[in-house]
Design a protein around this ligand. Structure first.
Ligand code: CTP
Length: 414
């Protein structure tokens, strides 16, 4: 049966991306009916939306009575999913408070269908206490809220609040509607064997990238992790149908389609985000977490004192996130760690497996250009022995690993 989306477009510059969203959903065979708020009509026209949706485009409340014998209750319930994209701070505030003062908000109050909100706003509006409160309220009410992207904003500022790309929204819609995977979700990506979506119904938690540990307001301790392998794994898990939470350290990579991304800076923030994301069926800890942080990050920039003495940097150990999950009351059914090794790979990985309470350690052979490169040679060390995959693109490592995760989870949980 054709799946139906009611797309509510509120007034933000990102509204132009919603036209592409409609096109992508229509390509997947989803019927889209669009509703524009009054301010959205300043950014996209009912005409272009009408052409793309091949349907009437709804604007004001009285449209319903005058143009069609269709009430707002009916309109809000004919859909399988209601999507608000872009969702401005204003419409999110109305939704969180049950305000219904135009057609869009009336439909949102009248619907009994799942709702996906895709926020788009200025970074300060996104971080404002009122928006934080509204988002928390909406999530508590069961609304699915997509995490905005970070980057340059239309207003010239830089930060979080950009609407995710239409491909990412379409992937999230497909997941919520339980559509089968697209035939070619990402050109050139390897496909999964067996069922189309071997991780459907599973929650996969991934950490990726480095962490930055502040020394003072301008300096930090970091490492050269690019985040590519972790992002590829999150993307592969989403393609395999999983609900994916990606906790990412500071990296310059786009959010993979269908992935919920939480950006963090430090190891302690990463631990908090990981614990908040539990329960998960599988956790894949790919992040290169800094082993140490400064005992006390200085509030002011540290100055040289001219004495030539070593810098006064006291370091303390960071929490080991993988090891904490290994002993956690909500330990995922499958816990996978990564390790960078140059020698005695099996021996070192085996020791790490036991020490951290993981099920597998994926040992990277880092003698080549793995940090930042596009290929990887890995050895998967588990209680059952070692399996080696030589010189594969990071995407292929990710797909094979997710296939193995899916097979193992169905053997353990089903
Ligand atoms: N890890 C973690 N939290 C830390 C340190 C590491 O979760 N504070 C996780 C990493 O995400 C990875 C694994 O533990 O899954 C790597 O362990 P680690 O002991 O840091 O291995 P190496 O980087 O190989 O370092 P070393 O061999 O020096 O111990």
């Amino acid at each position: 049966m054709t799946k139906r989306v009611l797309l509510i477009i509120s007034g933000g510059i990102a509204a132009y991306k919603s036209l592409e969203l409609v096109r992508l959903l229509r390509k997947r065979g989803v019927a889209v009916r669009a509703v524009l708020t009054q301010s959205a009509e300043k950014f996209v026209t009912p005409l272009s939306l009408g052409v793309l949706t091949e349907d009437h485009v709804f604007g004001q409340l009285f449209d319903l009575k005058e143009e069609r014998e269709i009430g707002h209750i009916q309109l809000s319930r004919q859909a399988d999913l209601v999507v608000v994209a872009p969702a401005t701070a204003n419409i999110l505030a109305k939704m969180a408070n049950g305000i219904a003062d135009d057609l869009a908000t009336t439909l949102l109050l009248a619907t009994d269908k799942p709702v996906l909100a895709v926020p788009a706003m200025n970074v300060r509006m996104w971080h404002h206490a009122a928006t934080r409160r509204n988002i928390a309220q909406l999530q508590a009410d069961g609304v699915h809220v997509m995490e905005p992207d970070s980057g340059e904003m239309a207003c010239g500022e830089f930060g979080k609040g950009r609407m995710p790309e239409p491909e990412a929204i379409a992937a999230e819609v497909a997941r919520l509607l339980a559509l089968p995977l697209a035939a070619d979700p990402l050109a050139g990506q390897p496909d999964f064997e067996g069922p189309d979506a071997p991780l459907a119904g599973r929650h996969v938690l991934v950490t990726a990238g480095p962490t930055h540990e502040p020394i003072d307001p301008v300096r930090y301790i970091a490492n050269r992790s690019s985040g590519k392998q972790g992002f590829a794994i999150a993307a592969a898990a989403a393609r395999a149908g999983a609900r994916v939470t990606l906790v990412a350290g500071p990296v310059h990579l786009p959010t993979p389609a269908g992935v919920r991304r939480i950006d963090v800076e430090t190891a302690r923030e990463m631990l908090a985000a990981v614990e908040a994301a539990l329960p998960a069926d599988a956790a894949i800890m790919v992040a290169a977490v800094a082993d140490w942080r400064t005992a006390d990050a200085a509030d002011q920039k540290l100055k040289k004192d001219g004495s030539g003495k070593p810098a006064p940097l006291a370091l303390v150990e960071n929490p080991d996130i993988l090891a904490k999950l290994g002993k956690h009351a909500k330990r995922p059914a499958l816990l996978v760690g990564f390790a960078a090794e140059t020698q005695k790979i099996a021996e070192h990985a085996q020791a790490k497996l036991t020490r951290k309470g993981a099920d597998w350690i994926v040992a990277n052979d880092v003698s080549g250009d793995v940090m930042g490169g596009d290929t990887n040679s890995v050895h998967i060390v588990s209680g059952d022995g070692i399996e080696s995959w030589d010189n594969l693109p990071k995407d292929a490592v990710a797909t094979r690993l997710m296939q193995k995760v899916a097979d193992t989870l169905s053997a353990r949980l089903d």
